[in-house]
Ligand binder design. Structure first.
Ligand code: NAD
Length: 492
């Protein structure tokens, strides 16, 4: 496989264009943006810098495609056939798509292959297979009446996605929405859009009718804002930062009150009790739970809370596992943590580390490395004695920076875990079954792991509480965002 990767590593890339109404189109004013590879800082290619006019054209195409029923009126089994063909085409091209994504966003290739094209394939198949198994309801009414509950596609969906795992997160949204019969305008992140454009091209090849799935590239403040302000977008689904989420809610309020579903950040606590079944395993999995994809994972377990009696020993185990992580060229199959997505993100990560040091915290690792490559790399960092008031304990870094904080009692562990504005993920490591269940109930998060971290399945929902957002991706619950209930009340 490495030989194949090497041949793809330097493959020249033609400029990428929008996919609007079934066609590849340039920006209406001819504008482009340059893709800088985080692997070595080189310019890879360009993509269309979308304008408001481009975005409105895509929304109009999606509106027409929805309203004339070219997709929503097809029998679910027919939509399924197109979607399954699309999944097959992506699967056949998976390695090339994965390498394209890595060149653009720096994720290590092993993870990128599995978590990006192959995850999108699995997601498309999951929702394609589900769509002809969803039934409406007959309500238990007075027999003089018939109450039918229909499930109808919501219409035009706008999707705005981030730069980490663009295909996985994108597919959680577009696969469920399109399977449900909606049409979509998707806006990828500025530093991770090429694979989504490529996948949209394959969608056309698979037989998606024009206008059903449109991808408009460009800046959030232009393309994303135009989607959020549109009177013709019925539902907006978003994964990204809380700041952008707030803007989208405001735009929805100013425009057509479109429903807005937000998947935002996290500062997820990972709680280690001294009675964890295997502390070595806990340290290893916890290190992976923050350092894979260089911490650029929304559910990353970025705050370890550890019982005081094992604090020092656990930090030592964590440092051993962190030091063993091979950081470097993401296209080398043996690399375990690739590049940081952008220079800006790298500088932000390093600033958190410097601030912790300046506050007198004990910091292991956290240096910039491999600067001579021109790329953006850093060693995993562990802040071994972070206090709850520290910014690094409270704010999402979105990089390979882990804090460790000791606690004395179960109640204190719960209080520290919940001492955050976020509520996306958490974990608890213990051999005590009763305690495990108590903790699951008391921790305010959408996902609580027990004796593991990360790894999941499409069959379970992912979504946050508090300022980590609302609504769910994955599982059949994801359809709730894309299917409206309609009642038919019939006098018999
Ligand atoms: P971001 O909010 O800056 O950008 C996300 C998307 O929003 C991008 O496509 C961007 O172009 C667009 N955008 C930016 N400004 C906009 C505006 N004014 N109007 C409309 N769209 C706009 O976030 P990011 O830096 O790309 O992603 C990192 C964040 O995403 C982190 O906070 C991370 O935790 C979060 N995230 C959450 C999940 C989850 O499932 N909860 C998953 C992955 C990432």
């Amino acid at each position: 496989m490495q030989t194949h990767i090497e041949s793809l590593r330097t493959a020249p890339l033609a400029p990428f264009l929008h996919i609007i109404d079934g066609r590849r189109v340039a920006a209406s004013d001819g504008g482009t943006m340059t893709v800088i590879s985080p692997i070595d800082g080189s310019a890879l290619t360009t993509y269309a810098r979308g304008t408001k006019a481009d975005t409105d054209a895509a929304i109009a195409a999606a509106r027409r495609a929805f309203d004339d029923g070219r997709w929503s009126d097809l029998a679910p089994a027919v939509r399924k056939k197109v979607l399954l063909k699309w999944a097959d085409l992506i699967e056949a091209d998976a390695l090339a798509i994965a390498v394209l994504g890595v060149r653009e966003n720096g994720t290590e290739i092993g993870m990128a292959l599995k978590a990006e094209p192959l995850s999108a394939v699995a997601t498309i198949r999951y929702y394609a297979e589900a769509i002809d198994k969803l039934y409406g309801e007959i309500a238990p009414t007075d027999p003089a009446f018939l109450g039918l509950v229909h499930r109808e596609p919501v219409g035009v969906v706008g999707a705005i996605v981030p730069w980490n795992f663009p295909l996985m997160i994108g597919a959680w949204k577009f696969a469920a929405a399109l399977a449900a019969g909606c049409t979509m305008v998707l806006k990828p992140a500025e530093t991770a859009c090429l694979t989504l454009v490529r996948v949209a091209e394959l969608g056309l090849e698979a037989g998606l009718p024009p206008g059903v799935f449109n991808v408009v590239t460009g800046e959030g403040a232009v393309v994303g804002a135009a989607i959020a302000e549109s009177m013709d977008v019925d539902v907006l689904v978003f994964t990204g930062s809380g700041g952008t989420g707030r803007r989208l809610l405001e735009a929805a309020a100013r425009s057509n009150l479109k429903r807005v579903y937000l998947e935002l950040g996290g500062k997820s606590p990972n709680i280690i009790f001294a009675d964890a079944p295997d502390l070595d395993e806990a340290a290893k999995v916890s290190a992976q739970g923050i350092f894979r994809n260089s911490g650029q994972v929304c559910i990353a377990g970025s705050r370890i809370l550890v019982e005081r009696s094992i604090h020092a020993a656990f930090v030592e185990k964590l440092s051993k596992h962190a030091a063993a992580i091979k950081v470097g060229d993401p296209l080398d199959g043996t690399t375990q943590a690739g590049a940081i997505n952008s220079e800006r993100q790298l500088m932000q990560n390093l600033a958190f580390v410097e601030e912790a040091k300046a506050n007198g915290r004990s910091v292991i690792g956290g240096e910039r490395i491999l600067q001579e490559t021109g790329g953006y790399y850093m060693q995993p960092a562990i802040v071994a004695d972070a206090a709850p008031q520290d910014r690094v304990f409270r704010d999402e870094v979105f990089g390979p920076v882990l804090t460790v904080t000791p606690f004395d009692t179960e109640a204190e562990a719960v209080a520290l875990a919940n001492d955050t504005a976020y509520g996306l993920a958490a974990a608890v490591w213990t051999s005590n079954l009763s305690r495990a269940h108590r903790m699951v109930r008391k921790i305010r998060a959408g996902l609580v792991h027990v004796n593991t971290y990360g790894g999941s399945d499409l069959s379970v929902p992912l979504g946050g509480v508090k300022q980590s957002g609302n609504g769910h991706d994955k599982s059949l619950h994801a359809f709730d965002k894309f299917l409206d209930l309609k009642t038919a009340w019939v006098k018999l």
